[in-house]
Design a protein around this ligand. Structure first.
Ligand SMILES: Nc1ncnc2c1ncn2[C@@H]1O[C@H](COP(=O)(O)OP(=O)(O)OP(=O)(O)O)[C@@H](O)[C@H]1O
Length: 628
């Protein structure tokens, strides 16, 4: 219970504490106005049933005299109008409370989803290795909404309807204590019993909903991301099944909680109707007859009008809270305590790149992936002189991509360190180092935007430097294609995930993207594999020409791509086994010769590599990449 309250409080933006306080004041005010609204019919009905009450009742006669009324009729009219005004005021305040509550909750949803999105974006790269991207998107977009609609709003409703119920019960207690106790007990027992019976079930179906939601998002995400392969393999039905089962389960549980929340209302209406009948008969048979009975019946009828929906809302809110709390705890666990997250880059960091003028040095670098049985890189020592080019080669799984990810600062060495011009790469200078880098991965992520926006990825449209876009596109051998084949040139929308482009065109966009901000260090991770030989040769010639002005690091599976590199590093089983120029390695390195022979003779390594690469990709990225 305390844990749940704490969790709900954590959903609220601390800066909005004053809004919460204002909301609570408004809700309490509403409860009191509701109570006064109910109470105000009593004098009216008393005088209506017995006009003599104006003189017999001390309070009424004092009001009659003080307000200077001359006739009972006028006083009766005044009492009726007052009751109506107070009732109206109560109803209006209630509407105002609802409006404020809903606005507040939706504001919190925006804030919560933004907070989660920021938190995910600030996570270290290793976080994405173990997470599914559709699961992350689901948490940001859907679970935050669920937390607000299923926990925050019901908690607020609980407060407003709880205070209203308490205020009205207090009023009834003042009028006829035992009758009030009976009424409150009947309502309390009916709702309490249903809740006690359904408690565990609600929690269980809440957990089932959470899992089903995750499964349906994953199935939908993967089905669309892998549309091509799924179509070819004829697995549409399998994916439909994968989606259908959790989707049905999700809908089923949502319906269950909605039905349960509304069910007691019908039972209560029957009880209330019967109760009022018994009350009327009982009061009418007592001394005073209708004159005594009418005001009490009126108050009770009006109280029931307020009290039954209040109890109903209290019950529905508690049921929904019980159902949603597993999702809230899950969300808060993801949100974490902010530890281990990296700060968002500052503009000053991006404007002051850590330029490499002497060399990049790996010193005793070891890295093991979380949960992997052995290191992907072991005690690696490598120096890359500035303004030179180095090719990284090795069999599949040798550790080339891991080395690149370490160099990019996406992964952190478990032992050893990387130095840029003698400066150790740390959290403090990492962003500045990354601002120096141009990186081309094998799988290019494309945004559903124009060619220019894809080259200048993330730069707001107005700030895109078109001259830089064209310069980069020319170097990537893309410019002619854009001008001659695309209807609106650089402004052509390339469609959802670039589906309208060939693999080679996509890779050239990726290369142009890396070159757009004119980085001083360029990293290509098997980035030219989808290019035809002639295009690759042209692009690589441009890149090798750059290596006089830039430092170029090249992972390639075609050895011919790395042939012109100043030096080549040969990796095997996570270790650097040989290093030198092409000719030297050809003569002196068995590993290199075997690699060259293997590539020449088997021709199978491309396929093996692709399969392995897919396996080695983090699950979240896998689905993002499949999305292209
Ligand atoms: N996310 C991961 N989780 C666990 N192990 C991984 C992960 N990514 C890679 N590995 C393992 O680390 C080792 C090095 O992988 P890496 O991707 O760096 O090799 P590579 O030389 O780039 O291979 P390829 O040429 O096939 O891309 C491999 O044994 C691989 O299975």
């Amino acid at each position: 219970m305390v844990d749940n309250i704490r969790a709900i409080v954590r959903l609220v933006d601390r800066r909005d504490t004053f809004k919460v306080i204002a909301l609570l004041i408004l809700m309490t005010g509403t409860a009191f106005l509701n109570m006064f609204g109910v109470a105000s019919v009593m004098p009216f009905l008393s005088v209506l049933a017995d006009p003599q009450m104006v003189h017999d009742n001390a309070w009424l006669s004092a009001a009659f005299a003080w307000l200077g009324f001359q006739s009972t009729e006028a006083f009766l009219f005044f009492l009726g109008a007052s009751a109506f005004t107070v009732f109206l005021l109560g109803t209006m305040t209630q509407a105002l409370s609802q409006w404020a509550m809903i606005r507040f909750s939706h504001g919190q949803q925006y804030w919560l989803s933004k907070r989660l999105m920021t938190d995910y974006l600030r996570r270290p790269y290793s976080f994405y290795l173990n997470r599914n991207s559709s699961d992350l998107a689901k948490s940001v977009l859907e679970e935050t909404q669920q937390a607000v609609n299923g926990a925050l709003l019901p908690a607020l409703r609980l407060v407003i309807h709880g205070t209203t119920a308490v205020a009205i019960i207090v009023l009834l207690l003042l009028i006829r204590p035992w009758l009030a106790l009976v009424t409150a007990s009947v309502l309390g027992v009916v709702y309490g019993a249903i809740y006690l019976l359904a408690r565990r079930w609600l929690e269980r179906i809440g957990k089932i909903r959470l899992q089903a939601n995750r499964a349906r998002f994953a199935a939908a995400g993967e089905a669309f991301a892998g549309a091509k392969e799924i179509r070819l393999l004829g697995r549409e039905r399998a994916y439909l099944d994968r989606y259908q089962r959790p989707a049905r389960q999700f809908a089923h549980q949502q319906a269950n909680v909605a039905v349960l929340s509304n069910l007691p209302q019908y039972a209560i209406e029957a009880v209330a109707f019967g109760g009022v009948m018994i009350l009327v008969l009982y009061l009418m048979s007592g001394p005073g007859g209708l004159a005594t009975a009418l005001p009490i019946i009126g108050v009770y009828a009006l109280a029931a009008k307020k009290l039954i929906p209040a109890f109903q809302q209290i019950f529905a809110s508690i049921a929904r809270l019980r159902f949603t709390m597993p999702a809230v705890h899950n969300l808060l666990a993801d949100l974490g305590d902010g530890q281990g997250v990296v700060p968002l880059p500052l503009r000053s960091q991006m404007d002051r790149p850590l330029v490499c003028n002497a060399n990049i040095r790996f010193e005793g670098v070891t890295f093991t992936y979380p949960g992997a049985p052995r290191p992907a890189l072991t005690d690696l020592n490598l120096t890359v002189p500035a303004f030179s080019s180095i090719g990284l080669v090795g069999s599949s799984g040798a550790g080339k991509s891991t080395l690149v990810d370490l160099l990019l600062g996406l992964l952190e060495p478990a032992a050893g360190a990387i130095y840029v011009d003698g400066q150790r790469l740390t959290e403090d200078n990492l962003r500045r180092w990354q601002a120096t880098l141009g990186y081309v991965p094998q799988h290019i992520f494309l945004a559903d935007d124009s060619v220019a926006a894809n080259i200048a990825l993330g730069v707001p449209e107005k700030s895109i430097d078109m001259a830089a876009v064209e310069r980069a596109a020319k170097m990537a051998n893309l410019h002619d294609f854009v001008l001659s084949e695309l209807p609106q040139g650089y402004q052509t929308e390339i469609g959802d995930r670039g589906l309208r482009l060939s693999g080679g065109q996509r890779q050239r966009i990726g290369i142009a993207r890396a070159l757009y901000r004119d980085p001083s260090v360029l990293v290509f991770d098997e980035a030219t594999s989808a290019l035809d030989n002639a295009t690759e040769r042209a692009v690589m010639e441009a890149v090798h020409n750059l290596s006089k002005a830039k430092t170029v690091i090249l992972v390639a599976h075609r050895l011919s791509t790395v042939e012109p590199c100043d030096q080549i590093a040969v990796l095997h089983d996570g270790r650097l086994v040989d290093q030198g120029a092409w000719d030297v390695l050809m003569q002196e390195s068995d590993h290199f010769r075997r690699l060259a022979e293997g590539l020449k003779t088997t021709g199978a390594s491309d396929d093996q590599r692709s399969v392995k690469q897919a396996m080695a990709q983090p699950s979240g990225l896998r689905s993002a990449e499949r999305a292209k």
